[in-house]
Design a protein around this ligand. Structure first.
Ligand code: NDP
Ligand code: HSE
Length: 434
């Protein structure tokens, strides 16, 4: 039986960094939110693992429960907000909330990258919405832009800085010479990092977000696909210095391009020209550069992580899905998302310019061997520098920038060079943007 919605009843799954931010915004902005939603709202239940560790003063403690059923199985709850993170048991909880006819809001890109299409199918089936603005770019309204504002265009490519933690670390290393571990510690303290920060520094979180973006930008059904993913953990301070010398900064980029029917998706540290807009995006800021076929370039930037920026996106979604529920249009916006299988471009077919750093013993003929191995695979050199002079067992860095080359050729050449007796460490390779 349809209940006349005179009150919007909310259940929250998880009350950590983002959940806490949501509770605070609901309290601080209660009057304006009620005016927008057209009805008062109530935070009815909050699922936590251990109520004794929840100290949020804005929260009525009688809401706290450790029993998920009291949120998902409560027929009086209209909207379930999932900010627990992880794939299990979240997939089950979100799926059950949808099946129970609840409007759902989630910030969980890991869940969406693995099961987003499946959950959207489920939402279509049950006539509800699943909104996920906070899953990409924190407070940047990128999902709305790609899904709604650009509906009159088609997107040919996008590239973005979509992990706040990595960008914070890279910025602190580049601008302040801070060691990696110290910068990561700061990012954790500020609430930017995932519960498992390996996802941030290893590129996995950015890959999840890229899958979510590609799902919307290209209508691609990508549940559980595996894409080329490299993190910032292997970037050394010396790479920042060389990048600077060549006129670049190092950024972790998520890149998507359409090649006919195939999609190229990749996440890796990238040399970005200092004059490019993405190079000026520092700290926790994220940015996404979109290339629309009719629109041309479009650039969005803002805070990509942290309690309040993320909560802004979550609460924005809450307003949307609550209004849809009140208007009897629940499920319409989600039903408009149409997904079809798309083939991915194999990693070996990627074309890019490349930066290589070889740590080599300074012997006669070494440069000729390196350039020979590259030349044999058709990898053409644009610039080369040798820093200082090695002696005996002390190696020296030789850095090369290439012209546009094919990934398969680059990997083959690096394999040969990496096995040579003049090499002290495995070669370092960073792709160049643009
Ligand atoms: P936190 O770890 O700070 O919060 C998650 C909370 O959920 C924790 O309090 C955790 O409890 C609780 N929780 C975990 N599993 C369960 C469970 N089974 N039952 C009940 N409670 C549970 O994470 P965040 O708030 O940072 O992130 C939440 C989600 O938002 C994630 O999906 C994340 O990827 C996403 N997100 C985060 C952003 C950020 O800036 N932090 C930005 C955008 C999205 P406990 O602490 O006891 O384990
Ligand atoms: N850990 C994520 C980041 C949170 O650093 O970007 C925002 O999704």
């Amino acid at each position: 039986m349809t209940r006349l919605l005179t009150m919007i009843r909310i259940g929250l799954l998880g009350c950590g960094t983002v959940g806490g931010g949501v509770v605070q915004l609901l309290r601080t902005n209660a009057a304006s939110l009620e005016a927008r939603m057209g009805a008062p709202f109530e935070l009815v239940r909050v699922l936590v693992l251990d109520p004794s560790v929840v100290t949020l003063k804005e929260l009525d403690r009688s809401c706290l429960t450790t029993d998920a059923e009291r949120v998902i199985g409560d027929p009086s709850i209209d909207v379930v907000i999932e900010v627990m993170g992880g794939v299990d048991p979240t997939r089950d909880y979100v799926g059950r909330a949808i099946a129970a006819g609840k409007q759902v809001v989630t910030a969980n890109k890991a869940l969406l990258a693995r099961h987003g299409a499946e959950l959207l199918d489920r939402a279509h089936e049950h006539g509800v919405d699943m909104a996920f603005e906070a899953a990409v770019g924190g407070g940047i309204p990128i999902i709305r832009v790609v899904r709604d504002a650009l509906a009159g265009d088609t997107i040919s490519s996008l590239s973005g800085i979509v992990n706040g933690t990595s960008n914070y670390i890279l910025s602190r290393m580049q601008a302040d010479g801070m060691p990696f571990e110290a910068a990561l510690k700061e990012a954790k303290e500020k609430g930017y990092a995932e519960a498992n920060p390996t996802l941030d520094v290893g590129g996995g979180d950015a890959a999840h977000k890229l899958v979510v973006l590609a799902m919307l930008a290209f209508g691609a059904r990508l549940d559980g696909v595996s894409i080329l993913t490299e993190g910032i953990d292997a970037v050394e301070p010396v790479d920042h210095s060389f990048a600077d010398r060549f006129g670049f900064v190092v950024k972790l980029l998520a890149i998507a391009k359409e090649h006919g029917k195939k999609l190229e998706l990749r996440v890796h540290p990238t040399l970005v020209d200092k004059d490019a807009p993405l190079a000026g995006v520092h700290g926790v800021l994220n940015a996404i550069a979109i290339e629309g076929r009719a629109l041309g370039p479009c650039f969005l930037s803002g805070r990509g992580a942290g309690a309040h920026p993320t909560a802004v996106s979550v609460v924005g979604d809450l307003v949307d899905v609550a209004i849809a529920k009140r208007n009897g249009t629940a499920g319409q916006r989600t039903r408009a998302i149409r997904l079809a299988k798309r083939e991915l471009l194999p990693a070996e077919d990627i074309e890019s310019r490349y930066y290589f750093r070889f740590s080599v013993f300074d012997r006669p003929g070494v440069l000729a061997k390196i350039t020979g191995a590259l030349g044999q695979r058709g990898v053409s050199i644009e610039q080369m520098v040798q820093q200082g002079r090695g002696s005996g067992d002390v190696p020296v860095d030789v850095v090369i920038l290439t012209h546009e080359s094919k990934e398969a050729d680059v990997q083959a050449a690096l394999d040969v060079i990496g096995k040579s007796d003049f090499v002290a460490k495995p070669p370092r390779m960073i792709r160049v943007h643009g």
